[in-house]
Design a protein around this ligand. Structure first.
Ligand SMILES: *Cc1c(COP(=O)(O)O)cnc(C)c1O
Ligand SMILES: [Zn+2]
Length: 386
């Protein structure tokens, strides 16, 4: 159905020949570096094109796991719509929202968790392990619950309370780490190397990227079989933006669209490793990634290389935003659309306002809203109470 291709050296692998990274390129990998040898799935695009019909569009044609292995977890197909009020307020004619805060666990991560759990069902793995700033874990816990699989989570103890609570209520085994997300990442990798299980770490498992491509496929259909002009994406590890790129890439390879939208990377001013990498071409960790937008707080983004490519190859750009502006945008977004988004997702509105001059006001611009504000009400309370 598909082959894996190494994004570093270009070598092809059969689907069941490798599980995580390209063995050759990841040989010298040590925790604390962006991943090298991340795999991407290359499909038979002629075959998909031949089967795809606009009368009855079946997006499962693009899936890296067969439908028979899908868990009973109904996610995605989230609303895509214009916001006239936000368009008016910002001075753009065609400002759209893709509202992924409406996924069952409240974040975009459900797309990746779903596909990795489907893969676990296919290869008969019972335990799925992940490190997370919060949402990947609460999402994995939710999908595992629907499939009767075990979720083992490594999460920093500073994760917002609602996210920790979600993991517990879905029945996951939770290890709280006295340290940062980057340390949780290291611990989870050590765990699966020693004890097995399927590791869902973002970008490390190639199907996290495949799972995260589906919003692009949906937007294409919801938009009348057209790609929008630009999509603003909140970026932490850089997997959502790589996934959005991959979805549009697949559509382009099938000849269904001509051009991949410009992809705009939005990061917090402090958690800015991918931003700096895009601007300078030289990779360096974020010195101190602390930000109110916990979902995009990453010192060493695992998918820095693919994320940079997603932006550069689509003539996109990157912008960083300040915490106080993120919280202001949360209130503006909520107050004009009825969508209460996490700080990370609110950051895309800040990014749009800050980079206003980089857009033409006739363009169709999409704000990718990746998570619900109800996951971190403490951040909002602190802002509103000044
Ligand atoms: C994980 C996450 C992001 C960032 O995604 P990356 O793949 O880490 O870049 C943005 N917003 C929300 C709500 C998230 O959970
Ligand atoms: Zn390689």
């Amino acid at each position: 159905m598909f082959n894996y291709k190494c994004t570093s050296c270009g070598k092809d692998y059969g689907r069941d020949e490798v599980r995580y990274l390209c063995p050759a390129c990841s040989k010298d990998y040590k925790p604390g570096m962006p991943l090298k040898g991340v795999l991407t799935a290359e499909f038979d695009y002629d075959e998909i094109r031949a089967k795809f019909s606009k009368d009855n569009p079946d997006l499962n044609l693009f899936s890296a796991v067969e439908k028979e292995f899908y868990p009973e977890f109904f996610h995605g197909n989230t609303p895509f719509h214009k916001s006239a009020r936000l368009s008016g307020l910002t001075g753009f004619d065609n400002l759209y929202i893709k509202n992924d805060s409406l996924n069952p666990s409240g974040s975009y991560k459900d797309r990746a968790s779903f596909l990795v759990v489907a893969e676990a069902i296919r290869i008969k793995e019972e335990k799925i392990v992940a490190a997370s700033t919060g949402n990947a874990a609460s999402s994995l816990a939710a999908v595992c619950a629907s499939a009767g699989k075990k979720a083992l989570i490594f999460v920093p103890e500073s994760a917002p309370k609602a996210k920790l609570l979600q993991m517990h209520v879905y029945g996951a085994e939770v290890v709280t780490v006295k340290g940062t997300y980057d340390e949780a990442f290291r611990m989870s990798m050590e765990y699966t190397e020693k004890n097995g299980g399927l590791n869902r770490n973002t970008a490390y498992h190639p199907l996290t990227i495949e799972g995260k491509k589906t919003s692009a496929l949906e937007m294409y259909v919801q938009n009348g079989f057209k790609a929008p002009n630009a999509v603003l994406v909140p970026v932490g590890d850089g997997v959502i933006i790589s996934g959005v790129y991959k979805g549009f890439y697949d559509l382009k390879m099938c000849g269904l669209i001509e051009k991949i939208p410009r992809l705009i990377c939005v990061q917090s001013e402090s958690s800015n490793a991918i931003h700096n990498f895009i601007e300078s071409g030289v990779y360096k960790d974020a010195a101190n990634p602390a930000t109110v937008a916990d979902s995009i707080s990453v010192k060493t983004p695992s998918n820095a290389y693919m994320a940079r490519n997603a932006v550069v190859s689509t003539d996109g750009f990157s912008v960083t935003v300040r915490d106080e502006d993120i919280m202001k945008a949360q209130k503006t977004l909520a107050g004009n659309t009825g969508i209460y988004a996490e700080p990370s997702s609110s950051a895309v509105l800040t990014g749009l306002l800050k980079a206003k001059n980089n857009f033409d006001n006739k363009e169709q611009i999409v704000l990718l809203i990746t998570g619900s504000g109800l996951k971190d009400t403490a951040a909002t309370a602190k802002y509103l109470n000044g």
